[in-house]
Structures are given as C-alpha cells and as structure tokens.
Design a protein around this ligand. Sequence first.
Ligand code: ATP
Ligand code: MG
Length: 455
Amino acid sequence: MWQRSTVNDTRTPPPSATASKSKSIQAVRGMNDILPPESARWEWLEDIVRRLMAGYAYRNIRTPVLEHTDLFVRGLGEVTDVVEKEMYSFQDRTDKHGDGAHLSLRPENTAGVVRAVSEHSLLHGGGQRLYYMAPMFRRERPQRGRYRQFHQIGAEALGYAGPEVDAELIVLAHDLWQALGLHGISLQLNSLGQPHERQQHRTALIAYLEQHHDQLDEDAQRRLYSNPLRILDTKNPAMQTLAEAAPRLLDFLGEESLRHFEAVQAILSAHGITWTLNPRLVRGLDYYNLTVFEFVTEELGAQGTICGGGRYDYLIEQIGGKPAPAVGWAMGVERVLELLKAQEIATPQATPDVYAIVPDTDSLPLVMQTLTQLRRQGVRVQMHTPADSRQGMGSFKSQFKRADASGAAHALIFGAEELSHGEVSLKPLREGNASQSTLALAELAQWSQALQSRL
Ligand code: ATP
Ligand code: MG
C-alpha cells in the first residue's frame, strides 16, 4: 500500500544545500552507472532486440517513468512484494502546478503499457504487439543481479485471446537467447487457469495450509487469506516441502483452460522447444491467468530468473480500461548481460576503424574536412585531440600510443610533408609489422569502400 512507503516532503530543501561541499556525491545505492566499454554490450544487445522485435512485428512503446501510485496498487495487487515494500513513492506538492498526487517510479512496465494502450484507445482497430526497453525501480536489497534501478526489455501482445500469441511470445524470447548465443536456459511453464478455477483451488489450498499452520513462516501467515497462492512461490527453504505437497492448481483446471494450455505446448513442441511443467510457478505479480512461464538459468545463483511472463486477461479492466485479453513477458537486462559474461560470449566493441594522427594544428581544417567525408561514407573515425591544442597536438609517439589504445584498425597520418603533396600515410595497427603506405587524398573514398567491404 502506498501509505506504507516513504513519502517525501518535497518542500524540504535537499540535504545538499546544507551538506559540506568537500564530500563528493555518489550514485544512489543499488543504482548503477553504465559506462564504456560495458555500455557497448548494452547497445549490442539492444540492436539485436530491435531487429528481432521487427521480425515479429512488435513495435516500440515508451511510457513515463512516473505513474500514479494507484496504477500499480490496482494493477499489481496490494499484497505483493513490489507494492508492499519495493516502490519508490512520494506525494507531489499541492500548489498551482500540482494536486498532491501520490506518484511512484515504475517498478515494472506492464501496468504503464496497459494504461497507455487504454488511454489512447489503441485496441480500437484490433490487437497491438508492443515492446519496450526501459529502466525500472524497486527498493530491494542490492546484490548481484538485483538492483534498485534495473532495466527490463518487455514484449506485450494486447487484444489477442488465443494460445498462439502466448506461444509466439515464448518462441520470441527463445529466439532472443539463440540470437545472443546463450545456452543452458530452461523454460518453466504452468497454467493458472481462470479466476473461478483459482477460487476452487484457493479454498482447497487454504484448508491445506490451515492444517499445517505451525509450519507457516511470518510472510505465509500474513498471506494465508489475502494471497495464499503466493505462499507456493516461497523462497524459504524451510517451507519447500509444505509447498510441494500443496494442492496443485493444474488439477483444478477445466476443459477450456486445459485446451488453451495444450495448444501452447503443441506450438512449442513444433519448434523443438522443451520445457518443464512447474505447478508451483505462480509469478510474483497478481494479474496473471492461464499461461505463465519463466526462463531460468542455474549460472546466476539466486537471481536465476532472466525472463518471466504470462497471460493477463483481466488487468486492463482492473485498471479501468475496456476489457481485453493480453499476454507478455519482461526480461532483466542486467541478468542477461551477466549470463553473457558467465558464458564468456564475446560482444563487439565500439572501436573506431581509423585513428587520425595530426602533427600540427595548421592542418586541422583540411584534416577535419577529410575525416568528415570518411565518416559520411560510414567509416568510424577518431581524431587525435590533445587536452589543449593551443599547446600543440603532441608528439608522434604519444599520438600513436593513443591510436593503439583506441582499438582502431588503422592510423591515418596527416603529416605536413604528405599533405603538401595531397597525400596521407596509412599504417595498419593490428597486423603485426605491416608497413606504412601512402595514399592520395583523392583515393581515400576508394580506400574506405574497400575497407567497408572487408568489415
Ligand atoms: P525475482 O523473483 O528475481 O525478484 P520478479 O518475479 O520480481 O523476480 P518480475 O517482476 O517478473 O521479477 O520481472 C521480470 C524480470 O526482471 C525478472 O525475471 C528479472 O530478470 C528482472 N528483475 C526483477 N527485479 C529485478 C531487480 N531488482 N534487479 C535486476 N533485475 C530484476
Ligand atoms: Mg522480485
């Protein structure tokens, strides 16, 4: 409930106004800077995702980071970890610009997407396939694979009720692991049925848990009547046996729900995708029905779920929209990147093709104009730049040192002597002791074409 989360008084001046000036300010705990060269891995992954989403005709959606707290309370359910204790919430000021609204940084993006889709009547002309890549915020205990600002890539298909869309989304995620070169990711599958089936299961489950009341931990006791299904999802090892022997939701599914579930499985089988049926898979958030799934790895310790999702046919109505079926998933970008690292999958580095060595400042106008041409032809060029060119461009030696460190494949040397003949020197930097050659400036376009065809 939002009442329980931190509510900041926005009228209080930030502490920095009074704090000592000498102490350097650091990032907020659990929130990471993503710096080069690591950021290149993010861009590489994002590029692959964009291509893949286009291949499945999912289109990009971007919604605000801040939403009304009530969207998450209604959408995720009040008795969930996220809403109970993980949201960053505050009350906006009440003045001529604001009405004292209770706002939260989004802890996930399905609710926001659903809100946007319904607010803009996007389902008017039929279903929508959408995807996003965006930061999320949860006030959890920071550890490997668990951060307070983290990133999700998510895919949502709204306005489609059939099992083929559930399957399409699972195949899409599976294709993503393939495209990234990841292996050893297993798929866990379950069906939560429909609300009336869950109701019957709930009665049986509560009766079972009441019988074993002495074995319930504090969380479970609190949730016994408010959200007993979540007790099955417990991470407490002492409660595993109890959860395992509990009545299975699958046994309460009617014919229609079973048919839906079987249709999903038939499509996965046709793709050669294997899965484990996990009757205890209920997902952390309240809004799911029918198909639920998770992709899990054993290589990341306790944070092994890299992607989770399912059908949420009642969410749109729950947040006040016109009822429409929907299904989607979200993956944790940090965890996927961590897994790429664990599996030693090399990703391309953002290195330039060419490093330009510029001995003197007088030639800068000509040099820079030439480099601009090269870049327009698609060559990635880094020009040597000293801290202050008013003190000269720096020695050849220091420039070559920088060229080497840049990772560029070639150095182009714009010596005054060469330039006076309309020429430039070319030195391969990565081919052992390959020798330097001379090129006419007029031949550079041709050379860059040859270079690109080799890339
Ligand atoms: P977990 O059980 O690990 O807390 P969750 O059920 O809360 O995960 P979801 O709400 O389903 O997670 O979010 C989808 C995915 O987002 C997760 O499978 C995970 O990969 C990632 N994720 C969730 N919370 C975090 C976090 N705090 N830091 C990094 N990644 C996260
Ligand atoms: Mg969680």
